[in-house]
Design a binder for this molecule. Structure first.
Ligand code: SAM
Ligand code: DTB
Ligand code: SF4
Length: 330
């Protein structure tokens, strides 16, 4: 059988040194591969670093919902949009303890808290710190996503035991302002540097389905992969088209495009946890199954994300059993 031109100019075993620079063109070449070739490469990389049958479980809780001053076009929590999401006060430690305990009992190893803030204010820091400590006391890994962060705040959170900070680059730099006009891509990069400098682990990924091209998806992946070091966790969200937001009428993403991105993230960031995040319900069981074959090895686990639904615990248990997957210990 003749080998394809693709096979001749890309090595079968994609090089994976941590210091490799990924041009957006090289990531585009991956995204453009025939699916069987792309999946095979992703699986080779996945098996070098992980047991492909183990998936890490993170549970998400919104600790401060709605009323956000930012204008992210996809988000139901912006005060500038007309989504039916109320501006709620921050949850207290007892509410977080109850939710985190339930998550642990259900099998989650990481508990992620999300706040609808542009940035953490110093006056909120003691209360947020208490929530981080509450999660740590239960023996769960903790993750926080609360907008931009200053160096002294990152240091306080790390000292309180925070493990991860989530701050997504979300989309390609050249179109970031089209969807998110109230802060810049550079602001996001600076917060990620602050997170890293404080010794926190980085969780950063993006949203697919906002009308971006495949080449723009490659640009996002290259940005993430070229962070030095690349993030320990990469959540990939499919846009949930929220009523009352500017993106409520966005075109539906081809699920195979989502799968391609998962595979390219796996290849370019071999040791990261690739998390299926928003949009799992829309992907369905077969779509998710393909994503696990492409190297996804983490999910948000629990029937709610921040303001939208997610598959129920029991549905995920059934899916894992059908696919022969088990929960990772960490
Ligand atoms: N306010 C903080 C921030 O913006 O970083 C933290 C919360 S924010 C909701 C966290 C991430 O959720 C966003 O960066 C985006 O990737 C994702 N997200 C929000 N709304 C979404 C939607 N409708 N569909 C898919 N992902 C969404
Ligand atoms: C991430 O990348 N996705 C999560 C988490 N990190 C904070 C948030 C998804 C939000 C989906 C829409 C909603 O529930 O409001
Ligand atoms: Fe606010 Fe975050 Fe939503 Fe943007 S994504 S509007 S910063 S909660």
């Amino acid at each position: 059988m003749k080998s394809s031109p693709v096979l001749m100019h890309l090595p079968i075993k994609t090089p994976t040194p941590k210091d490799m620079y990924w041009s957006r063109e090289s990531v585009s070449e991956l995204l453009d591969l025939p699916i069987p070739e792309l999946m095979f490469r992703a699986q080779l990389v996945h098996r070098e670093h992980f047991n492909p049958c183990e998936v890490q479980l993170s549970t998400l809780l919104s600790i401060k919902s709605g009323g956000c001053p930012e204008k992210c076009g996809y988000c139901s929590q912006s005060a500038h949009h007309h989504a039916p999401v109320a501006d709620e006060p921050m949850l207290d430690a007892s509410a977080v303890k109850a939710a985190a305990t339930a998550a642990k009992v259900a099998g989650a190893t990481r508990f992620c808290m999300g706040a609808a803030w542009r940035q953490i204010r110093d006056r909120d820091l003691p209360a947020v710190t208490r929530l981080v400590e509450t999660v740590g006391e239960l023996g769960l890994e903790s993750c926080l996503t609360a907008g931009m962060l200053k160096p002294h705040q990152a240091t306080v959170l790390r000292a309180a035991g925070l493990d991860y900070y989530n701050h997504n680059l979300d989309t390609a730099p050249e179109i970031y302002g089209n969807f998110i006009p109230s802060h810049t891509f550079q602001d996001r990069l600076e917060t990620l540097e602050t997170v890293r400098a404080a010794g926190l682990k980085v969780c950063s990924g993006g949203i697919l389905g906002m009308g971006e091209s495949r080449a723009q998806r490659a640009a996002l992946i290259a940005q993430l992969a070229n962070l030095d070091p690349f993030p320990e966790s990469v959540p990939i969200n499919q846009l949930v088209r929220m009523e009352g937001t500017p993106l409520e009428g966005a075109d539906i993403l081809d699920p195979l495009e989502f799968v391609r991105v998962i595979a390219a993230v796996r290849i370019t960031m071999p040791t990261t946890r690739v998390r299926l995040s928003a949009g799992r319900k829309a992907l369905g069981d077969l779509g998710q199954g393909l994503c696990f074959l492409a190297g996804a090895n983490s999910i948000f686990y629990g029937d709610k994300l921040l303001t939208t639904g997610n598959p129920a615990f029991e549905d995920d248990k059934t899916l894992f059993s059908r696919l022969g997957l088990v929960a990772a210990q960490k």
